[in-house]
Design a binder for this molecule. Sequence first.
Ligand SMILES: [Zn+2]
Length: 474
Amino acid sequence: MFLKFFPTPLLFLLLCSLSTILADYDADPTRSTMEQFSGYPTQEPDSVSSFSVDAVSSFSVDAQGLQKQIDELSNFSDTPSPSVTRILYSKMDVFARRYIKNLMGLSGLSIREDAVGNIFGRWEGYEPELTAVATGSHIDAIPYSGKYDGVVGVLGAIEAINVLRRSGFKPRRSLEVILFTSEEPTRFGISCLGSRLLAGNEALMKSLETVVDSQNISFFDAARAAGYANDEEDLPSVFLKKGSYSAFVELHIEQGPILEEEGISIGIVTAIAAPASIKVDFEGNGGHAGAVLMPNRNDAGLAAAELALAVEKHVLESGSIDTVGTVGILELHPGAINSIPSKSHLEIDTRDINEMRRNTVIEKTHQSAITIAKNRGVRLSEFKIINQDPPALSDKSITKAMQAASQELNLSHKLMISRAYHDSLFMARISPMGMIFIPCYKGYSHKPEEYASIEDIANGVKVLALTLTKLSLY
Ligand SMILES: [Zn+2]
């Protein structure tokens, strides 16, 4: 039965790691003979070595229950259905957290919350001193978004635990479900706040001292109101050491159209592209749109337009389809039809899975900004790199485990890159990391039309569950 459960090359590794158990098991010749005779184990199915059925085919996801939970969770929203708005430390966020903690409790997980509200639900393994295997995602939602982004990776993870419990599986390494605080930057302008802090970001810790939201409420006032950190002194306790987990896996909707278009059930993420964001300001003299003749102008708006085109050029020069750049914000001052723009403001987002290539785009963009300012007689008053996170590669042993799991479950799968970033990007700093994608309708995300079928979600949960067994036993 053990062979049936792990019919892959991983079997060898698992056999090695479980040699002690198997040694005990094989040590009793009477039992071996009995089993050969009856075809059934003589032991109760209460440990890994005594799986009495083909555990993989017995994996059953409670799809109806899971859909109900997704729907119920979406009700904790500040905007009407089908949109979801759930902002960090808001009343709805607190209610939603309570809902998740309740489910974790029902799944028999022991719950811990840290000072910023990252929530951990732990299923103790039979070798609890080993580093745990973790999985999880986020439940915060930007204004007027959908009910699947992040949620599938939290409710799906809890259901994966239920699947494993029902199958009779016993984890060797402990398994942990993590709900990350504030993956979205909505309230304080900081994305992946919880996972960044878990990965031990001291600069972020310092900046939280002064950060306020649009209502001028400080981070710590908001956190305190939700029952979390009082002040900066509480934050170092959030940091986790490198090596705190032996593996981290996140289940997530693709947020892109590839899997749906190609009719593939599972995406296995090999790398997460990381963004850099830049703010640029140009200043010129402005003037009357009729009175100032063309040779006498120093138009800050045209400098911005030229830089936007330069960003596109530098991105295309990389020669890689994985390099992207966007000028998503371009503001002109004073913004009147008959006034030459005296100020312009651009915000540039550039991403790649290759850090060097992305940083080359930033450097070239900076050089262009300087040249454009000189040629047009405007001042480059700011060129500020707001963030420049390194991309992350998935761990090979985790992608292999995810591939093997998909194969054993007879699910079509392909290797792919995550072009959006996730808490996994930051978990990769402290743990080997991997991500499982499932298809979503037309790739829609961050809007009410966001949708993933419960069949696709259930497939993702099964792959996650089987991957967790492999990583837990390893
Ligand atoms: Zn997400």
